[in-house]
Design a protein around this ligand. Sequence first.
Ligand code: B1M
Length: 209
Amino acid sequence: MSILQEIAENLMKGKAPAVKELVTKALDDGIEPAEVLGEGLIAGMNVIGARFKKNEVYVPEVLIAARAMHAGMDILKPKLVAAGVEPIGKVVIGTVKGDLHDIGKNLVCMMLEGAGFEVLDIGIDCSPDKFIETAKDKDAKIIAMSALLTTTMPSMKGVIEELDKAGLKGIIKTMIGGAPVTQNYADEIGADGYSPDAASAVDLAKTFL
Ligand code: B1M
């Protein structure tokens, strides 16, 4: 097994110290940081994402894989920056105004990071202004919103209306998700996309690139 496959395998098993050690070794062996990212860390996270989608693994396995991913990224990030490796896209993500649930949103963040996106996580209880101002400031072309309460879902519509007023609807794409959210709701409020789970959120975000 190559060292990159070993990184992917250990990431899938959530073995953070091993991933850290193997990433360090791979870089010491002269493997390019982008290759370590793509064929090691992202490859492992992609498998976890696909298994999560098929209900072959569950939230805890994804969380420990993501922790291993972060352990590897801690080593890799400075090298990627130095090598000028660009993320595949930038996403502003948050839980909408009035909503404090963030477990699902954090899973989406991890999957997006795992797929090579730069994730600007603005946290919970985020106003439409916060989503839009962050996207404008950081030049992000995707806004991702999570809601777990039927009472907070309308705030998603607020973000889309504000984007429209600012002439940015369609330029900045919007994607929504969370347990009570549906494709019908996305169509009703004019969101660019809906995804039912964190792994599909990555597929959806990629269609906006
Ligand atoms: Co709350 N809560 N909660 N809660 N809570 C629910 C959501 C609820 C269904 C429980 C119930 O009554 N059966 C209910 C909502 C009812 C409704 O509106 N339909 C509810 C309620 C009522 C409340 C309070 C109002 C309770 C109260 O105080 N009376 C209160 C509200 C606080 C607030 O937000 N203002 C409240 C508080 C809390 C806690 C703080 C205690 C805690 C949150 C802790 C935290 O998140 N840090 C909590 C929790 C944990 C839950 C349950 C038990 C679990 C939610 C969760 O994390 N699921 C939940 C009941 C349940 O679901 N069994 C419940 C796991 C997570 C991985 O799933 O977030 O759906 P989920 O994410 C999935 C997908 O939806 C998707 O990907 C994820 C994984 O694949 N996804 C996206 C999510 N966001 C996405 C974004 C995307 C794409 C996909 O693109 C942008």
